[in-house]
Design a binder for this molecule. Structure first.
Ligand SMILES: Cc1cc2nc3c(=O)[nH]c(=O)nc-3n(C[C@H](O)[C@H](O)[C@H](O)COP(=O)(O)O)c2cc1C
Length: 135
């Protein structure tokens, strides 16, 4: 891993709205102090679980999920690319290494799903390059 992070955020995983799995991109929602959060947006990140030093590649959303009705607090949501672990109650350390785009409000959920798939592919390529995969 050669990229130094834009920000490092730690937080405990709490229940979200339970929508991510339906969309095809399950996310772990972190509870952390709002001042700890960087600008809203979509980020590539390395994530560590509790005190395990292994970094998992992830796509991360920071914001209020404006596509969906109802006010909610700003939150950081972590979609791990290559592993499904039950993360409830676990402490995550999230190294945000690149910001891809701002958070958008989509008129159609299918457009959000399509954009998220593209985000995950971009994050994966970026993190693979940073880790020297394939070189
Ligand atoms: C890579 C990625 C990109 C996302 N981009 C947006 C976005 O642009 N706009 C938005 O409203 N939500 C975005 N989200 C958040 C999803 O709306 C959210 O993960 C989903 O509603 C599930 O939320 P839940 O875990 O609280 O159920 C994104 C999530 C991920 C993982």
């Amino acid at each position: 891993m050669i990229t130094s992070p834009l920000a490092v955020i730690t937080g405990v995983v709490v229940p979200g709205d339970g929508r991510g799995r339906v969309l095809g991109f399950p996310t772990a929602n972190l509870e952390c102090e709002p001042p700890a959060l960087p600008d809203d947006g979509i980020y590539a990140a390395w994530v560590r679980v509790d005190d395990d030093p292994h970094p998992w590649a992830a796509s991360v959303s920071v914001g209020t999920n404006p596509t969906f009705a109802g006010a909610r607090e700003r939150r950081i949501e972590v979609h791990l690319h290559d592993v499904e672990i039950d993360l409830y109650g676990r402490m995550l350390t999230v190294d945000l290494v690149a910001r891809l785009r701002p958070t958008l409000r989509f008129d159609a959920v299918d457009d959000l799903i399509e954009q998220t798939a593209d985000d995950v592919a971009r994050c994966r390529a970026l993190l693979d390059a940073a880790a020297g995969v394939g070189s």
